[in-house]
Design a protein around this ligand. Structure first.
Ligand code: SF4
Length: 353
């Protein structure tokens, strides 16, 4: 089985794991999973959602080795990234793992503001779990620039982290959390020099994106779905932002950061047709934006916890077509300096390029 096919299987079906850390339970991004390194890639594999019980994949643990099996038959060895920095604490005794985590093979990731203005309203995104990890005590509500600079330096020195992903819950202010991202990125840059990725909602004032230019290398502005009917159902807050505002924010960001340095999550499996993903990704690639296509990840505790990810066959079909589109435009994960596109644990599109 080719590595890219195995990665798609694992992203969509998950793996049953016994006897090892199964990954954090909730959060803004890809919670309830583990980072599996195999072949020349890394996958953020669901290990706790309900559908994992039906997966043919199982991780066997023994004597410090991890063997992935399918229906009991050995497929490949799996490694896990080192996370020594996560065992440290700040002066105020806040464990580093509550401030930032290792994602993929070598990416430090954090949600700078772990609350969202939409969370306690009917407008919140149904796939999101941002405030659940806060409730569960796994993180703190707002990370200061100083705390993140300290953790990033340790992650670089102890675990060879090479880039940083910063995301944020949307704030009630017009900057939508961008100001705090900018201050945080500046502090991390000054302490480590690492390339930094920042993710945010498109602001009404595009000049706010300019604030990130000095300290941030790549940005993510996430459409989630090109199907407005689907978006209205699963992310009512996002459908209120005119699609044109996304396009203008992507264009402004491309001008600032360059081709392949701007990305957008596109979630497959929320009720949209293949054409919506393919045509939307084509439009993004033609702008120079990387369509970071991921299968829906139903996180336990989120409003979509009982949903099922799309089938691996559907994802392979989408990845094959969109990888061709990327070739035509020159947009590629290999050019991207930081963030999810460079990490690539949550999407197998890079493996099909
Ligand atoms: S792709 Fe992004 S969200 Fe997924 S593990 Fe990597 S940095 Fe985290």
């Amino acid at each position: 089985m080719e590595t890219k096919d195995l990665k798609v299987d694992l992203l969509c079906l998950g793996a049953r794991v016994s006897g090892v850390e199964k990954g954090r339970k909730a959060g803004a991004g890809p919670a309830a999973g583990g980072m599996f390194i195999f072949g020349n890639t890394v996958a953020n594999v669901p290990t706790q959602s309900w559908f994992v019980a039906q997966s043919p994949y199982h991780l066997d643990v023994g004597n410090g080795t991890y063997i992935l099996k399918r229906d009991g038959e050995r497929i490949t060895d799996v490694r896990f990234p080192a996370t020594r920095f996560q065992e440290l604490k700040t002066k105020e005794s806040i464990p580093y793992y509550k401030i930032a985590l290792l994602h993929g093979m070598d990416c430090l990731a954090t949600t700078t503001i772990q609350t969202c203005v939409y969370w306690n309203t009917p407008k919140r995104c149904k796939f999101c779990a941002i405030e659940l990890s806060l409730k569960g005590g796994a993180t703190i509500a707002k990370k200061t620039p100083e705390q993140l600079a300290e953790v990033a330096l340790a992650a670089k020195e102890l675990d060879h982290v090479t880039h940083v992903t910063l995301t944020t819950g949307t704030t009630a202010t017009p900057d939508k959390g961008i100001n705090h991202l900018a201050e945080t990125a500046s502090a991390i840059k000054a302490a480590t020099g690492l390339p930094i990725h920042a993710q945010f909602e498109p602001p009404e004032e595009f000049s706010m994106i300019d604030r990130l230019y000095d300290s941030v290398d790549t940005v993510g502005i996430h459409v989630e779905s090109f199907d407005r009917t689907v978006l209205k159902e699963v992310a009512p807050c996002k459908v209120e932002i005119p699609f044109q505002q996304y396009i203008e924010a992507w264009k402004r960001s491309i001008e600032l950061f360059g081709e392949s340095q701007v990305s957008s999550y596109v979630i497959a499996g929320m009720g949209e047709r293949d054409e919506s993903i393919i045509e939307g990704s084509k439009m993004l690639a033609e702008l120079g934006v990387y369509p970071f296509i991921v299968p829906l990840r139903p996180i336990p505790g989120s409003d979509m916890e009982n949903d099922k990810p799309p089938s691996p066959d559907r994802m392979r079909h989408l990845y094959e077509i969109v990888a061709e589109l990327l070739h035509d435009t020159g947009v590629s994960w290999r050019k991207c300096k930081a963030g999810c596109v460079r990490c690539r644990a949550c999407s197998a599109l890079s493996d099909f390029e």
